[in-house]
Structures are given as C-alpha cells and as structure tokens.
Ligand binder design. Structure first.
Ligand SMILES: *Cc1c(COP(=O)(O)O)cnc(C)c1O
Length: 221
C-alpha cells in the first residue's frame, strides 16, 4: 500500500470495510486528507470531488493555500497536525478548526489566553509520544493523565481526544492499543491515529480520525 496512490473513493471504501470488520458504525471514522507538500491541482481535485476535511503540518505552508480554498469551499475543516510554536497560536486559530499537536502547558496557556480574546476555539487532540522518542513531539504516556486534567480544568480547553505517531520501525498496533487505553481511562472519545500505511489497523484499534496523505495524493515533493 505504501507509496501507491489510490483514489479517495478507494480509500473511503477501505475505511468503510475496516469500520464494518471491527463492528464500528459506518461513518464513525473521519478521513483527514493530508495535503502538505502536495501539488495544488491534486488537492483541488479532491476538493472538487466534495471532500472537506484536510490536514496540514505547518502553519506557514497552510497560509499559502488555504485562505483561498476556504473562501471557495466554506465548509472545509482544516486540521493542524505538526508541531506548533507559541508565536503561531493566533495564526493557527485564524485558519485551523482542529489542532492535533497540543503537547505542553505553555502552549495550552497561550491558546487559552487567545480563546478568551477571540471568543472561539479550535478543538484539541493531545499528542502522545507513545514510543518515548527523544526527537519526537508529544507528552510521554506517564505524564498524559495529568496533562489532560491541566488542559481541561486549568485552561478550559476543549480536548476531544489523543493523537500519536508510532515510531517508524515498530509495530504500530502496540501504540494504537496504548493510545486507546489512555483515552478510555480519561473519558476521551476521539483517537487521531493511522496514516497511509497503517490506517486499517488503526481503525481496528479504535481510531476515529485517520490522517492519510501519500495514499491519496502520491509522493510529496
Ligand atoms: C505527513 C503526515 C501524515 C500523512 O502521512 P502519509 O504517510 O503520507 O499518509 C499523517 N500525520 C502526520 C502527523 C503527518 O505529519
């Protein structure tokens, strides 16, 4: 599957089959089409086909394309997937509907200040570094329960779920299962997990939001 480009209809069929196979209701999994570093025409084609949920990794890159597309396709929901610096919080709020990479208290605090100011808020996934990788963003599993509480009670943030990116050379299902366990014990309903190579497995483990780029759009430039 990896590196092979499929149509978005094929991907949606695969998602539906995975939902059925795991006794999930059809439509319970959101497909986030990850448009980072993809040719504009390919993304525009998917917009023309009616898809409306997209993911980007970088705020700056997103600003080069999405203001125009959001005007043309007002029902677009834009998800920020990549690591975020605090000086990008306001720009993030102006363009994105959902943030998947909330992972530290300073970021939570600055979001909360600006939510007060602007009067609206994105939804948040807390990113969990399930593999405890040094170079990777995300809260370590043993710190997550406390961090969820801080985000919800101290900063009043609408935390909807958890997100993870499993280590490249490990079996992803172990990480999916861990994320599901942490979400369950904290009463969180959504799980952002599964990418082009492993989204079917992620759905089996309870993913509600799969983030798929190269399988839809092909290799990134
Ligand atoms: C790029 C990216 C994806 C999509 O990866 P593919 O393997 O192309 O599907 C998903 N999630 C995050 C956080 C990403 O950075």
């Amino acid at each position: 599957m990896l590196g092979v480009e499929m149509s978005i209809e094929d991907i949606k069929d695969q998602i539906k089959n995975a939902e059925l196979d795991s006794n999930r209701s059809i439509g319970s999994v959101n497909l986030i089409a990850v448009s980072k570093l993809q040719p504009l025409q390919k993304v525009e084609n998917v917009l023309q086909k009616g898809h409306r949920i997209f993911g980007e990794n970088r705020v700056q890159e997103a600003y080069q394309k999405w203001p125009i597309w959001k005007e043309k396709f007002p029902s677009v929901s834009l998800h920020l997937l990549g690591p975020l610096q605090t000086n990008k919080v306001v720009d993030t709020m102006r363009l994105f509907d959902v943030v998947h990479s909330l992972d530290r208290e300073k970021l939570a605090r600055i979001f909360s200040v600006n939510i007060q100011k602007l009067g609206y808020s994105p939804d948040f996934f807390i990113q969990v570094n399930t593999g405890e990788e040094e170079q990777k963003a995300g809260v370590f599993p043993r710190m997550v329960d406390d961090f969820i509480k801080v985000c919800k009670s101290r900063y009043d943030l609408p935390v909807v779920g958890l997100m993870c990116i499993p280590p490249i050379n490990e079996e992803p299902s172990l990480h999916f299962a861990l994320l599901k366990k942490i979400a369950d014990r904290n009463g969180l309903l959504r799980l952002s997990m599964g990418m082009s190579a492993d989204f079917v497995s992620a759905i089996t483990f309870g993913s509600t939001d799969v983030r798929i780029g190269s399988a839809i759009f092909g290799q990134r430039y």
